[in-house]
Ligand binder design. Structure first.
Ligand code: ARG
Length: 403
């Protein structure tokens, strides 16, 4: 095995990666560069800098990736209306390829031989990080302390922290925290009492949404503008991608929009239970479907819906930088050329409902669909022939089957 001279660590400043930093320095006796991504996790990042400094890190990178995250990862995914297993908006899944991309970029810049991450051996995140690094630069090694060291549980992790005088964060109630992953798209919470899917999640699990029961009694009406499939404005005001999602998170959170209690199938093989809060993303999914409903052709829309589960699974499983994801993305992006206009939604006690939509590129024709008399030529006799021919097989089958 060749000696490792320099490692770039994906570092949040939390318990796991603080321990990993120490462990890497001790195990490899080499320089560790820390990389902390600001993905809008809503957490101060300066403490991460201070902790890295205290651990003797010379090269500390804290990078604001919020705009890139939303513009180049969240929005392309939203164009597909992507949901894993019908419900999960992929908030953690979509962040990993972006973090990996920057880990690789920094590793090249500082001439490091390896990158390291703090994802455990049981989860999806390790797969996403490593598949992305494989795709972007196979010459870079990936060090995964959770698969190499002898620590096997959170309990042992806490013991290691105590021994090395590493500060153990606790939640508001002074207890060990859940396993939380947060960014501008979502907050996911796993572990502890949630590991029993028969237990109801306690209220203090939720971080950024109110309980719909406690949401305001008055509904709030909002309008979102779209251009070529991407949201560009809220209530008529043009905003950047990250500002738009931040704004919708605030609005949705206040109305209890986007809570999800889910048991999902991890790529690695086991089922897991998590609580997700995706307020802005939930509003955007409803709004995007709303604008597509008047601007997409039927067959185009149905084809998108057919490939969506496949596309979502690729992202969930960590294949963002794989050719098949890029091919599906090209198809999805092509479909969005006319997905422009405005959608109005009502936020009310946990729901985000589309109440109107309008577009200069609309395919909707009131003249065509109207129950009243209309100027557009539509020969009702055509419908008779249409049904007679579609029914041809069914009549043959019924005659044979003796229905
Ligand atoms: N189960 C979700 C997923 O696989 C969330 C993972 C959250 N990650 C974490 N480090 N807590 O996408």
């Amino acid at each position: 095995m060749t000696k490792i001279e320099k490692i770039v660590l994906s570092y949040s400043g939390g318990l796991d990666t603080s321990i990993i930093l120490k462990w890497l320095q001790e195990t490899y006796g080499c320089e560790v560069v820390t990389f902390t991504a600001d993905l809008g996790q809503g957490e101060e990042l300066e403490p991460a800098r201070a902790k890295a400094e205290m651990s003797g890190v010379k090269d500390i990178r804290i990078v604001d990736l919020r705009e890139e995250f939303v513009r180049d990862f969240v929005f392309p995914m939203l164009r597909a209306n992507a949901l894993y297993e019908g419900q999960y908006l992929l908030g953690s899944s979509i962040a990993r390829p972006l973090i990996a991309k920057h880990l690789v970029g920094i590793a090249r810049e500082v001439d490091a031989d390896a990158v390291a991450h703090g994802a455990t051996g049981k989860g999806n995140d390790q797969i996403r990080f490593e598949l992305a690094v494989n795709a972007l630069d196979p010459s870079i090694r990936v060090i995964v302390p959770w698969r190499q060291w002898t620590i096997r549980s959170r309990m042992q992790l806490l013991e290691y922290a105590e021994k090395h005088r590493i500060l153990v964060p606790s939640d508001k109630r002074g207890e060990a925290p859940f396993s939380i992953d947060a960014n501008l798209l979502h907050t996911s919470t796993e572990g502890k009492i949630l590991e029993n899917p028969a237990e109801v999640a306690p209220d203090h699990v939720y971080q950024r949404t109110v309980d719909p029961i406690d949401a305001p009694d008055a509904p709030e009406i909002i309008t979102i503008g779209f251009e070529r499939g991407d949201p560009i404005s809220v209530n008529g005001k043009a905003v950047t991608p990250a500002a738009l999602l931040t704004k919708l998170n605030g609005l949705g959170g206040r109305h209890g929009v986007g809570r999800l209690d889910l048991v999902e199938n991890r790529f690695i093989g086991m089922k897991s239970r998590g609580i997700y809060e995706t307020p802005g993303g939930t509003i955007l999914l409803a709004a995007h479907r709303g604008i597509e409903s008047i601007t997409l052709d039927r067959a185009a829309a149905h084809l998108k819906d057919e490939i969506m589960p496949r596309y979502a699974e690729l992202i969930y499983n960590g294949f963002w930088f794989a050719p098949e994801r890029e091919m599906l993305q090209a198809l999805i992006d092509h479909s969005q050329a006319f997905v422009s206009g405005e959608v109005t939604l009502r936020l009310y006690k946990g729901s985000a409902s589309v109440i109107s939509r309008a577009s200069p590129c609309s395919l909707y024709s009131a003249d065509l669909v109207t129950f009243e008399e209309s100027a557009i030529a539509f020969d009702h006799h055509d419908a008779e022939g249409f049904i007679r021919l579609n029914g041809l097989r069914l009549r043959s089958l019924a005659a044979r089957n003796g229905r």
